[in-house]
Design a protein around this ligand. Structure first.
Ligand code: KG4
Ligand code: ZN
Length: 336
């Protein structure tokens, strides 16, 4: 670890306003202010609404993170911030806050890639996972497979070509009139349904790539609902939810297995880590557990508050990244 002292990290790439203090891999505070309620009525995150909420919440969330950690700015080694990818207006609020605080405290800044943060959540105490490992991150904003061979970065093996896995679940829930966010409610309703009742397409099944695609699945649900009609759709919601969820899980785990089969050099990946909000999905966890058990691999699942967006993971990545001294970071912009 190159930055061992306390790092204050700020994360505002989507709809959670987050700040955390992490010291030498240990979380001293991890404050997350969720805006989910502000976006629920829209069936998804509204970028402008997210940016305005971040503006109101960033100051109090940083104060809470420092207070909970029992840290003063004078104790800090650096300020870290997510610079992308994410919603441009949302990122700008976090970056401006981080630059202003770092400047006023005369501290260096560390720029962190959001997906590196999801990978680095696995480095945190009390049960840190050492590279190498394969990391599947699936959330409302991203779906990616990362090869992690060191602490300071990752190699992107595959990513979604259209919707993210969580977004596909959120859009399905909207089509089925189930509310937002879609993943948890689809999982709940699917428990009473048959995952094989409808033969929804598993995206990219015939392709050799490690990328993902969920748009065909979404369109297939749309046509199925149209063909069934309102009354039948209502009656068959559990089957529709179970079959749709099954197609999502099949695609995620199919790519994961392909990545496990194709590690360069023919060596096995010793461990698989899951991240992102979709990692909460029980059928997904069960399938990944089955794959890991069959292959004799370690399966790592960080606690849920570290799977979803948070700033502790950003600080965890920052610990291994170069610092930018004052005033060199003043021109830093969002990298979307
Ligand atoms: O990581 P996250 O909290 O926020 C970002 O998108 O970055 O992920 C939220 C996503 C939503 O799309 C939500 O529907 C999905 O994670 N999700 C789930 C479950 N819980 C949350 N998807 C499937 N099963 C769940 N139990
Ligand atoms: Zn994320």
């Amino acid at each position: 670890m190159i930055n061992r002292g306390p790092i204050l990290a700020i994360e505002t790439s989507c709809d959670d306003t987050c700040a955390a203090v992490v010291e030498n891999g240990k979380i001293r505070s991890n404050v997350i202010s969720s805006q989910a309620a502000a976006h629920a009525g829209f069936g998804g995150v509204v970028p402008e609404v997210a940016a305005r909420h971040h503006l109101e919440l960033a100051g109090p969330v940083v104060e809470a993170a420092l207070a909970e950690a029992g840290t003063t700015p004078a104790d800090l080694e650096a300020v870290a911030v997510t610079t992308g990818p994410g919603l441009i207006g949302a990122l700008l609020v976090g970056i401006s806050t981080a630059k202003a605080l770092a400047w006023s405290w005369q501290l260096p800044l560390i720029e962190v890639d959001h997906l590196h943060g999801h990978v680095a959540a696995n480095f945190l105490e009390p049960d840190p996972l050492e590279p190498p490992f394969l990391c599947l991150v699936a959330s409302g904003g991203h779906t990616q497979l990362a090869a992690v061979t060191g602490y300071d970065g990752y190699e992107l093996l595959g990513q979604t070509l259209d919707d993210a896995a969580g977004e596909a679940l959120d859009k399905a829930a909207r089509m089925l009139d189930l509310g937002y966010p879609g993943g948890p409610v689809i999982q709940r309703i699917a428990a009473d349904g048959d995952p094989e009742a409808f033969d929804f397409p598993v995206g990219m099944r015939g392709s050799d790539s490690l990328n993902f695609s969920f748009s065909g699945l979404k369109t297939s649900l749309l046509y199925t609902i149209r063909d069934l009609g309102d009354e039948e759709t209502e009656k068959r919601k559990p089957d529709l939810a179970a079959s749709y969820q099954h197609a999502v899980v099949e695609q995620l785990t199919g790519r994961l297995e392909r990545a496990l089969d194709s590690r360069a050099g023919g060596e096995d990946w010793p461990a698989v880590a899951l991240g992102g909000g979709v990692a909460a999905n029980r059928p997904l966890r069960e399938r990944v557990r089955e794959i890991c058990d069959r292959r004799g691999l370690e399966m790592k699942l960080v606690p849920m508050q570290l799977c979803t967006d948070n700033a502790a993971m950003i600080a965890a990545a920052a610990a291994y990244l170069p610092v930018t001294p004052l005033p060199d970071y003043l021109p830093v912009e969002a990298a979307t």
